[in-house]
Ligand binder design. Structure first.
Ligand SMILES: *[C@@H]1O[C@H](CO)[C@@H](O)[C@H](O)[C@H]1NC(C)=O
Ligand SMILES: *[C@@H]1O[C@H](CO)[C@@H](O)[C@H](O)[C@H]1NC(C)=O
Ligand SMILES: *[C@@H]1O[C@H](CO)[C@@H](O)[C@H](O)[C@H]1NC(C)=O
Ligand SMILES: *[C@@H]1O[C@H](CO)[C@@H](O)[C@H](O)[C@H]1NC(C)=O
Ligand SMILES: *[C@@H]1O[C@H](CO)[C@@H](O)[C@H](O)[C@H]1NC(C)=O
Ligand SMILES: *[C@@H]1O[C@H](CO)[C@@H](O)[C@H](O)[C@H]1NC(C)=O
Ligand SMILES: *[C@@H]1O[C@H](CO)[C@@H](O)[C@H](O)[C@H]1NC(C)=O
Ligand SMILES: *[C@@H]1O[C@H](CO)[C@@H](O)[C@H](O)[C@H]1NC(C)=O
Ligand SMILES: *[C@@H]1O[C@H](CO)[C@@H](O)[C@H](O)[C@H]1NC(C)=O
Ligand SMILES: *[C@@H]1O[C@H](CO)[C@@H](O)[C@H](O)[C@H]1NC(C)=O
Length: 792
């Protein structure tokens, strides 16, 4: 019989990224590598009822090179199809929400196919043309999670495939350190799994740490069993290498501690944290080849006095756990306010209540209950006509009363975001008019779990109105709580209003997430921060920031004319420190590692953000972003990744994946916002109709070599002719044979079918030693050595 012949498809791919990158403050970094089994594999009912042989990941290597906080991470995943039929191998990755993919290569049949980045529409056109020409129908594999990037490739029997994905990101400093997070979810035990992180900074490293492996879901508190036992090699003051190489045994143990199934392998986040020693004043500028980057995170400053308006959603959807968690978090947050800070407590649902801490009954409900609340919306004039309580000073008494007020929060009725924010803006305006409070830095912490549902429900109108009202340039920090919140709107709200947004995931740890977020904004150090350089500096990224928080960092990059000497007098940083406008000098250092990509990355990021808020210049901004993205091969919301068969004339496509939908399927869905949507249309070009029973396939010489590599203990019992000798006798290993007998057996008291070793995919994770082999051994046709391959 003819060996089933698959034309290798795989070759036409298109990966499109329709992304709403998390604007503002991405914190989670995520990466998942997995191999997924094809569904409905057992079409041939007469075939073995055992778990079908499958594609196995033999190696995963993750290498992350961090230079001046810019991390370039490459994942290599090598798979092999041990089946007798062509099988689909999927490579699935969840990207850090701030990362751009910059390279994707597939190695199939010893040949590399590298993706290139194209403009979205152009890519779509190519695909449409190909389809029109009658190329076979596209196979759609939409990513389940909007962050997940999945590529599926058909792999011919007994052959290997490899995937190489590179992505780049600028590490963000938060709470005083940088964090590189690598998510590992191979979905199975992997014989060769390693992660190598190389850090080389221009400044001395401080506190390089490898915290426990995390699930990526709940904020955990130090679980001893999850120490990755990574090898941390401090090469010198400025560079370090971290290696994480868990054996299969260790992967099982970690999986177990993470609450996963052992045989599904490690599923968690490997994290490296560090900080650098820094210039206490104006920051450090690194220069190289016409590009520079300025890192600014001054130390030893007194926090500014702040005036924070909490605007908290208590609509009926907050009922139950969510409002409990909000209360719990707010008690902690109130305790962390600094003495002499000011605050207002605003609760909103259909009505907006500005709490009077001294007299609950006099808290101002706005609009009052006799208003017909579902009718027209209210404007600033309506609000100006009311009298609200003054801002409260932080002291023991007021905090106590504020907690009592919070305890009275009740989840009822609908969500009037428009009025709530307008009231907030009004409170800020009136409070800042009080000369006593002129030095208090105003800010808004806005939390909602839903969309606007009463009065003004157009998010665009809300954005416009609030921007107009916010003449104090008050930063608004918007928190979207739970999956029903309109994250996209809240991101824009913050972006428009000098702040950043964050998504709070529903879960047992929601209160901790809220507190964690508050910690980031709890200590404003400087406001109105402006970076100035000599006029010869061009292509400058954003250089004016409304507020700088303790533990974070500001980054500005640009180009300079190399004929000029970039030194300490080339510019300075000015800012308001609560009392004076201060000017700070920076230090300058030449560096060997390139800064160009860092600059390009930052420029593209900021253009994409700008595009969201600047309706007028949207097209121009998008064009600029695209040009840069194409020049540096970044896969962004405006560019697409295309893999095309060399010499192919056809077939590429665009996935118009919807953003932010359908992320429920993944257990670990805490991937920092709704950043990235990845989709794939691949053009599978094999003929289903030629179906030949599995068993006629003959393994190749190459396969037997792999068998010995996969099972090193086999060498000690096999002879040159391919016979093995064990206590029960001498048997043929059957490297070149296929046995189609259905022989039931039992091993470890579980039922299975006796098959040749090379036909049992589970064996790779089960039979790790000669002893295991003896336990699973069974005889086939009185002469062949089989193993009992368990059913599931
Ligand atoms: C992408 O990776 C491939 C394979 O490693 C390499 O040949 C190619 O030069 C890379 N492309 C870019 C743009 O870095
Ligand atoms: C394909 O690219 C990878 C990554 O750069 C490289 O390691 C491998 O050797 C390449 N394979 C071929 C056949 O060129
Ligand atoms: C530290 O080690 C790295 C890597 O070996 C090297 O490139 C760098 O020059 C060294 N730095 C110093 C200050 O010795
Ligand atoms: C403001 O309040 C006064 C007195 O209650 C009322 O007469 C007036 O119509 C109100 N103005 C607006 C714009 O609501
Ligand atoms: C912010 O700083 C600039 C100078 O860098 C100054 O011109 C401006 O008035 C300041 N704005 C505020 C609100 O202090
Ligand atoms: C900052 O730099 C300017 C110009 O180089 C210089 O005049 C000034 O003295 C410096 N200030 C400090 C505090 O070093
Ligand atoms: C700050 O830098 C700018 C640009 O180099 C320069 O014009 C200005 O004089 C500097 N101010 C101070 C106080 O050094
Ligand atoms: C992109 O590269 C081309 C050619 O190198 C260059 O002319 C162009 O200015 C670059 N565009 C951007 C935005 O960097
Ligand atoms: C494309 O086709 C030409 C002519 O058939 C061949 O010489 C060349 O090697 C092919 N290129 C690739 C990458 O397959
Ligand atoms: C398997 O077949 C190959 C080629 O037909 C032959 O060279 C090899 O010796 C055979 N191996 C065994 C163990 O029979």
């Amino acid at each position: 019989m003819k060996i089933k012949h698959f034309k290798l498809i795989s070759i036409l791919f298109f990966l499109a990224f329709v992304c709403a990158y998390s604007i503002g403050s991405p914190t989670e970094s995520n990466l998942v590598v997995t191999t997924l089994e094809e569904k409905n594999q057992n079409h041939n009912k007469e075939s073995f009822p055992i778990k079908p042989l499958s594609v196995k990941i033999n190696e995963i290597h993750v290498t992350s090179r961090v230079r001046n906080r810019y991390a370039v991470t490459t994942i290599q995943s090598k798979v092999k199809n041990y089946n007798h039929k062509a099988k689909q191998a999927s490579f699935s990755v969840i990207l850090p929400d701030s990362a751009f993919i910059s390279n994707f290569t597939m190695e199939i049949n010893g040949q590399n196919y590298t993706a290139y980045v194209k403009e979205k529409e152009e890519a779509k056109k190519i695909y449409d043309e190909a389809v029109a020409q009658g190329s076979s129908a596209a196979h759609v594999a939409t990513a389940r999670d909007s962050n997940r990037f999945t590529v599926s490739v058909n792999v011919e029997p007994e052959t290997k495939a490899a995937f190489y994905l590179t992505y780049e990101e600028l590490l963000k400093r938060q709470n005083g350190f940088y964090q590189l997070v690598i998510n590992l979810h191979p979905g199975e035990l992997v014989r060769n799994l390693d992660v190598v992180v190389e850090i080389a900074e221009s400044r001395k490293l401080v506190n390089v740490k490898v915290p426990p492996i995390r699930t990526g879901n709940e904020v955990q508190s130090g679980i001893n069993d999850l120490d990755p036992r990574a090898v941390l090699d401090i090469v010198n003051d400025t560079s370090a290498v971290i290696k994480f190489t868990p054996s299969e045994e260790r992967q099982k143990a970690l999986a177990h501690s993470l609450g996963m199934k052992e045989e599904e392998g490690l599923a968690g986040q490997f994290v490296v944290e560090y900080d650098v020693e820094r210039d206490p004043i104006g920051g450090e500028v690194l220069v190289q080849d016409g590009y520079f980057v300025h890192f600014f995170a001054p130390k030893d400053l007194k926090p500014l006095l702040k005036y924070i308006v909490f605007i908290l959603d208590t609509s009926s959807s907050m009922w139950g756990q969510m409002i409990r968690q909000l209360k719990e978090a707010m008690y902690e947050v109130l305790d962390q306010l600094h003495p002499n800070d000011l605050f207002h407590l605003v609760e909103f649902n259909t009505n907006v209540r500005v709490w009077n801490l001294n007299n609950y009954l006099q808290s101002v409900w706005y609009p009052t209950s006799d208003d017909v609340y579902w009718s027209e919306s209210y404007g600033p004039e309506d609000i100006a006509n009311r009298t609200f309580p003054e801002a409260y000073m932080v002291n023991g008494d007021n905090i106590k009363k504020a907690k009592e007020s919070i305890s009275k929060f009740e989840a009822v009725s609908a969500t009037d975001i428009h009025t709530a924010l307008q009231v907030g803006m009004h409170l800020i305006k009136t409070t800042k008019q009080n000369i006593k409070y002129a030095n208090h830095q105003p800010m808004v912490m806005f939390l909602t779990d839903g969309e606007p549902t009463v009065r003004e429900t157009s998010t665009q109108k809300i954005l416009n109105d609030i921007s107009k009202l916010n003449d104090q340039k008050t930063p608004i920090f918007a928190l979207s709580f739970g999956e029903a919140a309109d994250k996209n709107f809240l991101q824009k709200l913050s972006l428009n209003n000098y702040g950043f947004s964050k998504h709070i995931y529903e879960g047992a740890d929601a209160a901790l997430q809220l507190q964690d977020f508050y910690r980031q904004i709890s200590s404003p150090l400087l406001s109105n921060v402006s970076f100035k350089y000599e006029p010869s500096v061009t292509s400058l990224t954003k250089n004016e920031f409304s507020i700088h928080f303790d533990g974070s960092e500001m980054v500005v990059a640009g180009c300079y004319d190399q004929t000029e000497n970039f030194d300490e007098s080339f510019g300075n940083v000015t800012a308001w420190n609560g009392h004076d406008t201060v000017s700070m000098n920076f230090t300058v250092q030449r560096t060997v590692s390139s800064i160009e990509r860092l600059w390009a990355y930052l420029s593209v990021k900021q253009l994409l953000d700008q595009k969201e808020v600047d309706e007028e210049n949207k097209a121009l901004i998008q064009k600029k972003a695209l040009e840069l993205a194409l020049n540096y091969s970044f896969v962004t919301p405006v560019s697409s990744l295309v893999v095309v068969k060399p010499n192919a004339t056809s077939s590429v496509d665009v996935e118009n994946a919807k953003i932010g939908e359908d992320y429920s399927a993944l257990t670990d869905n805490r991937f920092g916002g709704v950043p990235l949507s990845a989709g794939l249309y691949s053009d599978f070009d094999y003929d289903e109709s030629i179906d030949v029973p599995d068993y006629n396939y003959k393994t190749t010489e190459k396969a037997s070599n792999d068998l010995f590599m996969s099972y090193p203990w086999l060498n000690s019992i096999v002879d040159k002719e391919g016979f093995i000798t064990i206590s029960k006798g001498k048997y043929k290993l059957g490297l070149n044979e296929t046995i189609s007998d259905v022989v039931q057996c039992k091993a470890n008291n579980k039922p299975g079918y006796c098959v040749l070793l090379n036909s049992c995919s589970q064996a790779y994770s089960v039979i790790l030693s000669l002893n295991d082999y003896i336990n699973y051994f069974c005889e086939l046709q009185n002469e062949y050595a089989g193993v009992c391959c368990l059913i599931d």
